[in-house]
Design a protein around this ligand. Structure first.
Ligand code: TYD
Ligand code: MG
Length: 467
């Protein structure tokens, strides 16, 4: 079906420029849409598939000629293909689903190609005999080979194709019939019948639509690498994120060797799952025990440090929340928060001031989550409060006490989800005591030798932490 599409499209096609707002079509590009008067909304498009005599690749979902009862649709629990990289498989929801399109986004140099190559090597081992196709539009075959040697990648059935013409890529895929396809990166691919440059909205949308058609009709799991722009979005259209089944972001970097792989969207699994890797000289290593890692450099006995247990998908992570409270030297007090929402910090500081009577609002406040992690679990509230109070009072917290709870505006400590899983993780890492919201403590099943102390208010929690 697709071969027909590619062949028919080979001669130069007439394209149209359609307005993204109102759909008005113009034969040439215009700065302003003549119909709705919006500026900069015209994008080049291929004419509708009926007009060009091709099946529409978009969506590529198999169709039936009539509506059918849902009960009659045949679907077994999709047999997933395990990449063999545990952290990646978990983020994918237990392996990659046949025919799914997975977008891997991240800053340049973060390690997307490295991760992909390692995953393809493992896949190549798993699908024995069947080829795997890795298309690279950014690096030469030699460059990829050098990296492969460094990573110790050398599966016989791993095929490399340095190409940026998407039509040729699809053609090669149809010939080779790979068990998995990877495109590095989607921004380098273009269709020659479109006049727009590679990486433009039009090109990315059309190329992705074709790849999606290919993936769905042939049941080939397809990985796309996508670059991230300065403001953190995948370069190119947002529509890319809508079209694919799974969006994974590779984050971290800077001075940290740690990389966090985060599911941003997943049609086949949880979207809050994370995987942790460490970049080493010979590729990415999986981090089996991220809690231990995130706590490894904790300054024991230093004020301003508290440990929270945050849920991340199906996993509990112990993280260190650090705070520094210092008198404002002049002007308005500063509020800086890294890894936690700064509004949340302002709110917690106000609770400390009003409900506990700690005179903190006139001070500069700095809050940081160690290890470059981002926390959005409200269960870390009480740990943030404890860290702030600890720094303000210049008194360290006990290093083996976990602080758990969401903080409300009345200064109350509210129950959190899955407190038992959090306590179990803390016990595993050598913690012996936890302050737990009273609402949780009633049903808590404390691990052996672990003391659980229920608290109802922030004031009560601080009394227990600083006797
Ligand atoms: P790469 O996978 O090329 O990043 P991306 O595809 O996201 O742009 O990774 C590039 C960085 O990773 C580069 O700065 C070097 C580093 N690196 C290592 O530290 N160890 C390795 O084994 C490899 C292959 C890369
Ligand atoms: Mg790369």
């Amino acid at each position: 079906m697709l071969r027909v599409a590619v062949a028919k499209l080979a001669p130069k096609q007439k394209t149209v420029f359609a307005c993204a707002e109102c759909g008005h079509a113009s034969p040439k590009w215009l700065g302003q849409c003549p119909a709705c008067r919006k500026w900069n909304t015209l994008h080049e498009e291929l004419p509708p598939p009926e007009e060009r005599g091709a099946p529409r690749g978009f969506g590529g979902v198999a169709r039936s000629a009539r509506p059918i009862p849902l009960r009659e649709v045949e679907a077994s629990e999709e047999a997933r293909l395990k990449t063999g990289i545990g952290e990646l498989d978990r983020v994918l929801g237990g392996g990659v689903v046949p025919g799914s399109l997975v977008l891997l986004g991240g800053d340049p140099g973060i390690g997307k190609s490295t991760l992909l190559l390692a995953a393809l090597e493992r896949l190549a081992g798993a699908v024995e005999g069947r080829p795997i196709l890795y298309v690279t539009g950014e690096e030469s075959a030699r460059q990829v080979k050098l990296r492969a040697d460094r990573l110790g990648v050398g599966a016989e059935n791993l095929h490399l194709f340095p190409e940026t013409d998407a039509a040729k890529v699809l053609h090669a895929a149809q010939q080779l019939e790979p068990a998995a396809l990877a495109i590095d990166s989607i921004q380098t691919q273009y269709l020659p019948e479109l006049t727009s440059a590679p990486g433009t909205v039009t090109q990315i949308r059309e190329v992705t639509a074709r790849l999606m058609g290919y993936a769905k009709t042939t049941e080939t799991p397809t990985f796309l690498v996508g670059h991230v722009t300065k403001d953190g979005a995948i370069a190119g259209p947002r529509v890319l994120e809508h079209m694919v089944d799974t969006v994974l972001y590779f984050e971290g970097g800077g001075a940290h060797p740690y990389r966090v792989l985060r599911a941003h969207k997943n049609r086949f699994g949880s979207a809050s799952e994370i995987g942790v890797f460490e970049m080493k000289s010979r590729g990415l290593a999986e981090v089996q025990n991220p809690s231990a890692l995130f706590l490894s450099e904790r300054p024991e006995g230093a004020p301003g440090s508290a440990v929270a247990a945050a849920l991340s998908g199906t996993r509990t992570l112990l993280v260190e929340v650090q705070a520094l409270v210092s008198p404002t030297t002049f002007g308005t007090p500063r509020r800086t928060a890294l890894g936690v929402d700064s509004n949340r910090v302002a709110l917690l500081a106000a609770v400390l001031e009003k409900k506990v009577g700690i005179d903190i609002l006139g001070c500069d406040l700095f809050v940081n989550v160690a290890g470059g992690l981002t926390l959005d679990d409200p269960a870390a509230d009480l740990a943030t409060v404890a860290a702030l109070a600890s720094s303000f009072r210049d008194r360290p917290l006990d290093g083996r006490t976990l602080v758990l709870g969401e903080v409300g505006l009345a200064g109350e400590v509210r129950a959190v989800a899955q407190s038992d899983a959090r306590l179990a993780e803390a016990a595993r890492l050598g913690f012996v005591r936890a302050l737990v919201p009273a609402g949780n403590a009633r049903h808590a099943e404390a691990p052996a030798g672990f003391s659980v102390e229920p608290v109802e208010t922030v004031a009560e929690a601080l009394d227990r932490l600083f006797p």
